[in-house]
Design a protein around this ligand. Structure first.
Ligand SMILES: [Zn+2]
Length: 768
C-alpha cells in the first residue's frame, strides 16, 4: 500500500511536521493572511447582511482596500468558508489538511507545492482586485466558474483512493467484527463499538472524499470546451463573467420566478415559468431580459449556418410583396370556416399573365373556389375579413411556429417537419423575385451588422430549375444571375450606392455562399449542381464568394449522402486536379433515428472529409465518428432553437450539443431558419446559455472563436476578422463590467423584482 494510503496512521501533528520547511513557511504565511482576511470578511458580511447602506458600502470598500482584495472576492469568501479550512487544518489538527497536502504531493514534481487556496491567497492585491462596479462585484461574488483554473486540474486525480481502507484500520475493524454476534433477531451487544469505529473512520474519510470529488469535478471540467478560454481569461473577462452570472440570477428572479406568470397545465396543475423552458414559451420574456441585451451586443464572430430564404422576420417580405403588381396568392381549400384558416396551405408567386391563365383566377373567400386558383395579392388583402391589417397579421402568424405546434402532446418530429415544409413553401414565393431577393439580401446584411456578426456564410438554394423571377414574371433568373444579385448587393452594402454611405466593412468584414441543392434531387441533378459549384469556384468574379457545398431539405425524407458518393468523389478529384478547395459542409445527424440510412450520414460525412457538419445532433451516439471528427478538427454547426422546435429535444437542456461541448468537440452556434422560429442569432446564444446553468462568458468566447477558426475564410481575411473580433470582444467585456446591460433603480442598484413590468431593454427590441 502506498504512502498516501495510510491517512489514518499518521497523527495530524506528525503530518504537519513532515511538511518541508518551505511548505511550512508558506502555510504559516497563508494562515496569517487568511486569518486577517477572514476577520475582515466576516465583519463585512455581517454588516452587509444586516443592513445594506451607503455607509456599509464605504466600510466594505475600506475593508477591501485594507485586506488587499476585491470586494467581490470578500463576499465570495464570506460564503465559502469551507475552502479556507484546507489552509487552517494544520493548526486545528484536522485530517483534511493532511489529505490536502498529500494531494499536493501527488501532483507531480513540476507542480507548485501549494494548495489551490494558497495560490489564490498569495495573489497580489492587483490580481484580486477586479475592475467591477461595486454593486455588481459584491452581489456577483462567489461564482466558482469565474475563477481561473490552475494547472493541477489537468491532472487526473487518484479517485480510486477513496475506497482504499488503511491496513491498520481494517485489522482493528476485523477484531471488533469477530467479537460481534450478528443475529437477525437481536442486535449485537458490540454494535456501539463498531459504530464508533466506523464513525471515526468516515468522519475523516469523508473529508478526503470531498477533496477528491472536487478535484475530479474540476478535472472533468478541464476536458471540456470552456477550459482553454477560462484559463487564458483576462481580469476584465473574469469580472465580466461575474457580472453576467449575476445578471442571469437577477433575470431569473424578475422574469421567471414570478408567481403571477404561472401557467395552467394538465388538470389545472400550475407550472412556474423557468429559464430554459421552450424557446417559443419564453421568447417574449427573453427579449426583456438583461442577458438577452447582452447577447444581442456580443460580437459573435462568424455565422455559419443560415438558410438564406429564412433569415428575416416575415413582415419584411410581406411588406415588399404587398406592393408587387404581379404577386399572386392561392390556397388548397376555400377560406370559409374558422378552421380553414388554420388548416389551409397558402402559397405565393410572381406570375405573368400566361401563368395566371393556366392556373385560373378565383376568390378563396368564395364557396365556389377551387384548389390552386390564384388571386392578386392586393385584392386578397382587401377581400380578407378585417381587411389588410388583419390579413397581414394572419399571414405573419401562419409563417412562424407557434408553441402548441412544436410541443403539442401528439406532435412528432415528422409532424413538425410537415409544418416546416408548408412554411418554406409559403416563404419561397415571397422571396423568389428580383426586388425581394435584392432587398432581402441587403436587409440580411444590415441584420448581421446589428447582431454584431463579423462574417457570414449563407446557404441559398441553387436548382437546375430555380424560381427567382423578374418582378413582372417575364422570365426566370438563373443560378449565375442569383450569384450576381448577391454579390452586387453585398458590394453595394459595403461601398454604398446612390450617394449613400456604405458600411465599409465596419462590422461585417466578409460574406461567402455555400452552394446548396436539395437532397431530394436525382444523382444527375446533384452531379450537375456539383459541376456548377466547381465552375463558380473557378470563375474570377465568383471564386472568393464560394465557401463550400451542401445538400439541404428534410434529412429523413431525402436521399442519404451515401447515395451520391460517386458524384462527391468525382467532385473532390476535380477540385484537387484544379488545385482548389471546395469543402463539404454537410447537413447530417439532424435526426433521432438510430440505425437508419439517415443515421448513417455522419459516417459518410466523415469519409467524404466534411470540414464542418450542420446540426450533428446524433453525433454523440456515434463514438467512433465523433472521435475521428474531433481528431480531424471537424466543427459542428449547432442550431439550438431549430432542433428544439423541429422535435429533436423537448427542451434545450436535453440538446446533444452539451455532450459535444463536454468532449471539447468544436461547435458553433447558428440560427438555421430564424424566420420560421421567431429567432435571431442572439436568441440562439441566449438559449444555449439557458440549457447549461454553469455556462460562462469564457464558454461563449470559445464558441465565437471556433466560428472564426472553422469558417471558410482565406488566411488573410481570417486574421483580419479575428483581430477585429478581439477588439470588439474587449470592448464588450468592458461594457458588461461598466454596467451597460444592468438595469438600475433610482438609487443606482440593480433593479429589484418589483420593477418587473416597467423594464425597457437597454438597446431596444430587435424587431424590424
Ligand atoms: Zn440547416
Amino acid at each position: 500500500m502506498g504512502r498516501s494510503d495510510d491517512s489514518l496512521d499518521a497523527p495530524e501533528p506528525n503530518h504537519y511536521a513532515q511538511k518541508t520547511s518551505e511548505d511550512h513557511q508558506q502555510t504559516l504565511s497563508d494562515i496569517v493572511k487568511l486569518t486577517r482576511r477572514r476577520r475582515l470578511v466576516q465583519r463585512f458580511a455581517n454588516r452587509f447582511r444586516s443592513s445594506h447602506s451607503d455607509k456599509d458600502d464605504q466600510l466594505a470598500k475600506k475593508l477591501a482596500v485594507e485586506g488587499g482584495v476585491g470586494e467581490g472576492r470578500l463576499q465570495a469568501e464570506a460564503e465559502q468558508p469551507k475552502q479556507d479550512e484546507a489552509i487552517l487544518a494544520p493548526l486545528t489538527g484536522m485530517v483534511v489538511g493532511a489529505q490536502g497536502s498529500r494531494v499536493v504531493e501527488d501532483r507531480g514534481q513540476n507542480e507548485p507545492k501549494r494548495s489551490r487556496q494558497s495560490d489564490a491567497l498569495a495573489a497580489s492585491p492587483a490580481d484580486t482586485t477586479l475592475d467591477v462596479p461595486w454593486g455588481e462585484a459584491v452581489k456577483a461574488g462567489g461564482q466558482a466558474a469565474s475563477r481561473q483554473p490552475t494547472q493541477d486540474e489537468t491532472t487526473d486525480p487518484p479517485i480510486g483512493k477513496v475506497l482504499e481502507v488503511p491496513d491498520h484500520f481494517l485489522c482493528d475493524l476485523r477484531d471488533v467484527l469477530e467479537k460481534c454476534q450478528f443475529s437477525l433477531e437481536s442486535p449485537s451487544e458490540l454494535t456501539e463499538e463498531l459504530e464508533g469505529k466506523l464513525a471515526l473512520y468516515s468522519g475523516e474519510k469523508v473529508k478526503e472524499y470531498d477533496v477528491l470529488r472536487q478535484q475530479g469535478t474540476r478535472h472533468e471540467g478541464s476536458l471540456g470546451f470552456e477550459y482553454a478560454c477560462t484559463k487564458k481569461a483576462s481580469k476584465t473577462e473574469i469580472a465580466a463573467n461575474e457580472v453576467l452570472q449575476h445578471l442571469k440570477k437577477n433575470d431569473i428572479a424578475r422574469f421567471y420566478n414570478k408567481r403571477d406568470t404561472e401557467r395552467i397545465g394538465y388538470g389545472g396543475q400550475k407550472h412556474k415559468r423557468f429559464y430554459g423552458d421552450h424557446f417559443l414559451s419564453n421568447v417574449d420574456l427573453i427579449e426583456r431580459t438583461q442577458l438577452f441585451a447582452l447577447c444581442r451586443t456580443m460580437p459573435k464572430g462568424a455565422h455559419l449556418h443560415i438558410h438564406f430564404n429564412a433569415n428575416l422576420v416575415p413582415s419584411f417580405l410581406l411588406s415588399i410583396a404587398r406592393d408587387q403588381e404581379r404577386m399572386f396568392i392561392w390556397s388548397d381549400i376555400p377560406l370559409l370556416q374558422a378552421e380553414a384558416f388554420d388548416l389551409c396551405r397558402i402559397q405565393f408567386s410572381i406570375m405573368n399573365e400566361a401563368a395566371v391563365e393556366a392556373n385560373g383566377r378565383g376568390n378563396p373567400f368564395d364557396a365556389r373556389y377551387e384548389k390552386g386558383q390564384v388571386m392578386q395579392f392586393r385584392h386578397f388583402l382587401r377581400a380578407y375579413p378585417g381587411e389588410e391589417e388583419a390579413a397581414l397579421d394572419w399571414l405573419q402568424k401562419k409563417l412562424v411556429f407557434q408553441e402548441e405546434e412544436a410541443h403539442d402532446l401528439l406532435q412528432t418530429q415528422t409532424g413538425a417537419w410537415e409544418k416546416f415544409n408548408s412554411r418554406t413553401q409559403m416563404m419561397k414565393g415571397l422571396f423568389n423575385y428580383e426586388t425581394a431577393y435584392r432587398k432581402y439580401t441587403r436587409q440580411c446584411l444590415e441584420e448581421f451588422a446589428a447582431e454584431n456578426i463579423q462574417y457570414a456564410e449563407i446557404r441559398p438554394n441553387f436548382m437546375s430549375s430555380n424560381q427567382v423571377w423578374k418582378d413582372d414574371g417575364s422570365y426566370r433568373i438563373d443560378n449565375v444571375g442569383i450569384m450576381h444579385l448577391i454579390i452586387e448587393e453585398y458590394e453595394a452594402f459595403q461601398n454604398g450606392e446612390n450617394g449613400q454611405r456604405g458600411h465599409n466593412r465596419d462590422v461585417v468584414k466578409g460574406l461567402k455562399v455555400i452552394y446548396c441543392t436539395p437532397r431530394s434531387f436525382s444523382e444527375k441533378q446533384v452531379g450537375d449542381a456539383l459541376i456548377q459549384c466547381f465552375q463558380f469556384k473557378m470563375d474570377k468574379r465568383f471564386s472568393k464568394y464560394i465557401a463550400g457545398f451542401d445538400l439541404v431539405g428534410e434529412e429523413g425524407e431525402g436521399k442519404p449522402l451515401n447515395f451520391f458518393r460517386k458524384q462527391f468523389l468525382e467532385f473532390q478529384a476535380l477540385c484537387k486536379a484544379a488545385n482548389t478547395e471546395i469543402p463539404f459542409l454537410f447537413h447530417c445527424g439532424e435526426t433521432l433515428d438510430i440505425g437508419t440510412d439517415t443515421d448513417g450520414n455522419l459516417m459518410d460525412a466523415l469519409l467524404l472529409g466534411a470540414k464542418r457538419i450542420g446540426h450533428g445532433f446524433a453525433l454523440p451516439r456515434h463514438p467512433y465518428v465523433m472521435a475521428k471528427m474531433k481528431q480531424h478538427n471537424v466543427c459542428v454547426e449547432v442550431c439550438p432553437i431549430s432542433n428544439e422546435i423541429l422535435g429533436l429535444t423537448p427542451r434545450i437542456s436535453g440538446h446533444s450539443a452539451y455532450s459535444l461541448l463536454a468532449n471539447n468537440v468544436p461547435c458553433t452556434i447558428s440560427t438555421d431558419n430564424g424566420t420560421l422560429f421567431r429567432s435571431r442569432l442572439s436568441h440562439d446564444f441566449y438559449q444555449i446559455m439557458a440549457g447549461k446553468s454553469d455556462m460562462t462568458l469564457h464558454g461563449l468566447r470559445q464558441l465565437a472563436e471556433w466560428s472564426i477558426e472553422h469558417s471558410c475564410m482565406e488566411p488573410d481575411l481570417m486574421q483580419e476578422v479575428r483581430e477585429a473580433w478581439e477588439e470588439r470582444w474587449d470592448e464588450f467585456c468592458n461594457q458588461i463590467v461598466g454596467g451597460e446591460f444592468t438595469i438600475r433603480d433610482d438609487a443606482g442598484d440593480m433593479a429589484a423584482e418589483a420593477d418587473f413590468g416597467v423594464y425597457k431593454p437597454p438597446i431596444g427590441p430587435p424587431g424590424l
